[in-house]
Design a protein around this ligand. Structure first.
Ligand code: PLP
Length: 378
């Protein structure tokens, strides 16, 4: 079982122990199976459109006085980094002989990526989504339906990601022969490790692209953190590089690393937003993809050991960055990614002009036009 220091583990109902142990055993084999890995790399290249570009943002660099690069995960097929993991895990589910896939989704990006990968590989797909998010991310709900997935709105709790995961876990307990395709580096072992392995391509490519262009490693990496998969994907290949600062950015109203305490949620021991009685707190963020009361256990470990630092950005700061990137560079970012941009631009002001920052642009903002309109923003 994978632990990250004291974080992680497998805190699940008894019915899920056997399926999880099987997943763990089988995944350990796929990790070193060259046929599986070759097929995965091929899908990333030919289907998802990797490598994603590393874009030098010249105007922002000039304005903020250092070298600012954007890792363009927003340019991947389906519009975010979620496709990396969805392809990897669908391929894995298929190889296990599973026929039905369960997923949860917040912003809908993981739901769309999973519905896409399931269509591609001929798997039945059921997606749980908080009813609040169904409203906020209407476009993605339509996309999932067009891809042949069944979308089940969840009306409990805050009607967001946490509640969708609860329902997905309930479904899995009732039908453990289904495959649960988790969308971030969260959940019981071995999911945090497996999702990180499927997402590390972000950091591996970034390392190569920065070396090629600048002849040295970057000074600062910045990524937003919901469950933490795009950040872990970027950070992990640099985890032993002490000169490379890694900054994770949470949404202020859902900042489990910044304001949470150690607890257990959704199968793992990690940092959780909870009250004095240990009850899970409701969260708020303008971005559905960051609106989650826990975080991947490896990030809790990175925070505890100082491998990475974490801070929080509020709705207004994210919106300001959203506008600045749209207008300055012609790139409409996902509201999630706009949190990373906000923190990145803030930090850029204290860097020297030759220092290199990479901001992970985890997704594109088309999906958010509806939500922004509802806020009265044009
Ligand atoms: C889902 C999502 C996130 C948050 O998830 P992580 O697992 O923290 O990466 C961030 N950005 C976009 C565009 C997303 O779709």
């Amino acid at each position: 079982m994978t632990y990250f220091g004291s974080f992680g583990g497998m805190y699940v109902p008894e019915t899920l122990v056997a399926p999880l142990q099987r997943i763990q055993r089988e995944y350990a084999k796929r990790k070193n199976d060259s046929l599986f890995q070759t097929k995965f790399q091929q899908l990333l290249r030919e289907y998802a459109g990797r490598p994603s570009p590393l874009y030098f943002a010249e105007k922002l660099s000039k304005a903020y006085g250092c070298k600012i690069y954007l890792k363009r995960e927003d340019q991947l097929y389906t519009g975010s980094h979620k496709i990396n993991n969805a392809l990897g895990q669908s391929l894995f589910a298929k190889s296990l002989g599973a026929e039905r896939v369960i997923a949860e989704t917040g912003a809908g990006q993981h739901g769309v990526a999973t519905a896409t990968a399931c269509a591609l590989l001929g798997l039945k797909c059921v997606v749980y989504m908080g009813s609040e998010d169904v409203k906020r991310q209407y476009l993605n709900v339509q996309r999932m339906k067009l891809l042949g997935a069944e979308v089940r709105p969840v009306d409990s709790g805050s009607k967001t990601l946490k509640d969708a995961i609860n329902e997905a876990l309930r479904d899995w307990v009732a039908q453990p022969e289904s495959y649960y395709l988790i969308g971030s580096v969260v959940g019981p072992s071995p999911y945090p490790e497996m999702v990180r392995d499927f997402q590390r391509v972000i950091g591996d490519e970034t390392r190569e692209q920065v070396m090629q262009r600048e002849g040295k490693l970057p000074d600062v990496l910045v990524a937003c953190v919901g469950g933490g998969s795009n950040a872990m994907g970027l950070f992990y290949p640099f985890k032993d590089e002490h000169t490379v600062k890694k900054i994770g950015v949470e949404a202020y109203g859902a900042a489990s690393l910044c304001f949470g305490k150690t607890g257990v949620l959704h199968g793992a021991k990690t940092k959780v937003l909870q009250d004095a009685d240990g009850q899970i707190m409701e969260t708020h963020s303008i971005s559905a993809g960051l609106d989650y009361s826990a975080v991947g256990p490896e990030h809790a470990f990175f925070q505890e050991t100082g491998i990475a630092d974490y801070s929080a950005v509020n709705d207004e700061q994210a919106l300001a960055a959203f506008r600045e990137l749209s207008i300055q560079e012609g790139i409409i970012p996902a509201l999630e990614s706009a949190h990373a941009v906000a923190k990145g631009l803030d930090l850029a002001q204290i860097l020297d002009k030759d220092q290199i920052m990479v901001i992970n642009l985890s997704g594109r903002g088309d999906k958010d036009t509806h939500a922004l309109e509802a806020l009265g923003l044009k």
